[in-house]
Every structure is written in C-alpha cells, then in structure tokens.
Write a protein of this length. Structure first.
Length: 272
C-alpha cells in the first residue's frame, strides 16, 4: 500500500529528553563529591576493623548465646515500663504537632513573608539539630528525673522536624482553592483555614503518625539519662551484664513498636 500511512511498527520511539552539558557536569560534581567523601572517610570511621566481627567470633558467639536466652521473669516490669515509654512518645508527639502547625505555616514561602519565614526556619533548624539526649538532660536538670523530661525533649525535637515537613506540604498545595477563597473577599486567616488546611490535613496527620512511631524508639533511648520509660531498666540490665534480661527487653520493645506500626498503618489507610 502506498497511501502514505506509516505502519505502527515503524512509528519512531520518542527519545528521552537530553540534559544539557552543565547539568551533567553538576551531577558529576555532586556524586563525585559524595564518592570522594566516602573514600576519604574510610579511615575516619575505622571501617578497616570490620574484620573483627569474624576474627573475634568467640566473644561474639558468647554474647549472642546469652541474647538467645531471654529471661521474662520480670516481664510485668518490662511491659509497664514499655507502656510508660509509649505514653511519653504519645504526649511528646501530641505537643509537637500543636507547636509545628503554626511554625509550619509561618515557614511556608507561599503563605508568610520572607521576614517571618527566615527566623522561623532558623528556629526549626536549631530544634532539629540539638540531639534528644542533650535536650533531655536540660529538662532533667530543670524538672528532675522522670518521664516529663522525655516528653518535653521529644516535643521540641519533633516540633522542628514536623514543622519542616508541614511547611513543605503547604508549599506544594494547589493554589486554586486558596484563590477561590480569596475571591470571596475573605481574610488571610480564612484563606488558611478553608483553602490550605483541608489540602494538607491528611498529609500532616500521616507525618505525625510516622513521627509517633519513631518517637516510640527515641523515648527508649531517653530513658538512659533518667527521662523515664523502659530505657532506664535497659541501662541497668546492661550495666549488670544481664544480657538475658536485655534480650527480653528488646523483644518487648520490638513487639510494642510493631503493634504501633500496624495501628499507624491502619489509621493512615483511613486517610486515603
């Protein structure tokens, strides 16, 4: 046939868009820099001693043998302390969400002016940068030993993390609903309440649930400085070289975090 049509098999396959030379050079510079830092850091992180995992096998085997024999004699104490840890994580996350919402809105470039965005982002960076243990120690000195320093430490650190995530979610919203609310003559507050919040609320809730999972593990570590929870018991058992109790505590933590993850997944599915 000579009707001028092109058979489907002969249709040209579209080529992927080519990147300019400048982009290729920039990618090469970035990934080459990452590779160079990795190579340079081999000695700094003592990576050569990884062979001790196999050469010092007898000590490793003895330690592993004890961990494989968990002792649940004090399981009531372990479960009670793990429940306290979950409550610390829950309250810390709850307080962090309420702090992160105004910070996230104030740090969004499409909502707030630059003279507000800049200092708020500095504050967010500071809250994320200070380790939980340092913040926890500060509150231990201020309010004494117990779960409250753990709650406050998690709240501050998580507020910085969630505020960044919340602001990024706000910056990626669809402008249509906001402009529609603005067209009615509504105030800036109404634009946020009716145009912004409905778009980001499901994503914000998902972020908060993810952080609650993470905080359930962070609260365990905070117990090492006397900030309550199962970390205190874990630290005592480790200092006593009671590795069977350590193994039992680890199992309790793993089970608790797994249950929290399952609950979080079920809640996130209901948001979709």
């Amino acid at each position: 046939m000579t009707d001028g049509t092109v058979p489907p098999a002969a249709t040209a396959i579209p080529k992927p868009p080519s990147k300019p030379l400048g982009s290729w050079l920039l990618d090469l510079l970035i990934w080459g820099g990452v590779a160079a830092v990795l190579i340079y850091s081999v000695k700094a992180v003592d990576l050569a001693n990884i062979t001790k995992l196999f050469t010092n096998s007898e000590a490793t085997q003895n330690f592993a043998r004890e961990l494989l024999k968990p002792d649940f004699t004090d399981w009531r104490i372990f479960v009670a302390k793990m429940w306290e840890t979950v409550q610390i994580a829950l309250w810390g996350t709850f307080l962090a969400v309420f702090a992160a919402i105004p910070m996230g809105l104030a740090a969004a470039r499409n909502i707030a002016p630059v003279w507000v965005v800049t200092p708020v982002r500095w504050l967010m960076n500071m809250l994320r940068s200070i380790p939980d243990l340092v913040i926890g120690l500060l509150f231990v000195v201020a309010v004494g030993l117990g779960p409250l320093p753990g709650v406050l430490a998690i709240a501050l650190n998580t507020a910085g993390v969630l505020a960044k995530l919340f602001s990024e979610a706000v910056e990626s919203i669809d402008k249509g609903p906001v402009e529609g609310v603005r067209a009615t003559g509504a105030s800036k507050l109404h634009e946020i309440v009716w145009g912004v919040i409905p778009q980001v609320a499901p994503l914000w809730t998902s972020f908060a649930l993810y952080r609650f999972e993470s905080n359930s593990r962070s609260a365990t570590v905070l117990g090492l400085i006397g900030a309550g929870g199962i970390g205190q018991v874990l630290f005592d058992r480790m200092n006593a070289f009671d590795f069977r109790d350590v193994s039992a505590i680890v199992i309790v933590v793993v089970v608790a975090v797994t249950l929290i993850d399952m609950l979080s997944q079920a809640m996130r599915k209901r948001l979709l």
